[in-house]
Design a protein. Structure first.
Length: 162
């Protein structure tokens, strides 16, 4: 069973403002250099990854030392610009991915804590509403809407139950 409140953090408003301002600066600075692709466009593109990076590097090296093999339809200067952009964008991508991963994990944990504690309140209200405690039924009726379309939960059967 998960522990309650693994985290208890309060992000001061000035920290939130500073972070939002930094995000705005990053977004504004990169806006002229980044694009957005649709899922279809992403799927259609050949991917540059750990195995293909050395290939691209070797092609650039060979094209520099053996230019007689460069086809007339290949713009080597453009290839070099594209690859330099990849290297520069990776300088930003890796640390930002780490930050996003940590924010995502923290958000998940804090959300889970919030939900678990809210369920405790809900169960308490549900119990006292059955005993006609004033105001409890109104609160219970409002909160139970969250669970209305879930249906009855069926406990999984184990080998002992069969």
């Amino acid at each position: 069973m998960p522990k309650d409140n693994l985290l208890s953090i309060v992000i001061p408003p000035e920290v939130a403002t500073t972070v939002l301002n930094a995000i705005n600066v990053i977004s504004t600075q990169l806006k002229p250099y980044v694009i957005a692709l649709s899922m279809e466009e992403r799927k259609a593109l050949p991917k540059l990854g750990n195995k293909t990076i050395p290939f691209v590097e070797k092609v650039i090296e060979y094209a520099d030392t053996e230019p007689q093999f460069i086809p007339p339809y290949l713009d080597l200067a453009e290839l070099k610009r594209d690859y330099a952009a990849v290297n520069t964008l990776n300088l930003f991508h890796r640390p930002l991915n780490e930050i996003i991963s940590n924010i995502s994990d923290t958000l998940m944990e804090e959300g889970s804590d919030s939900y678990r504690n809210s369920l405790k309140y809900y169960e308490s209200v549900k119990t006292v509403a059955k005993n006609d405690v004033p105001n409890a039924k109104t609160i219970y009726e409002d909160l139970k809407k969250r669970f209305e379309n879930q249906g009855k939960r069926v406990e999984p059967t184990t080998k002992k139950d069969e």
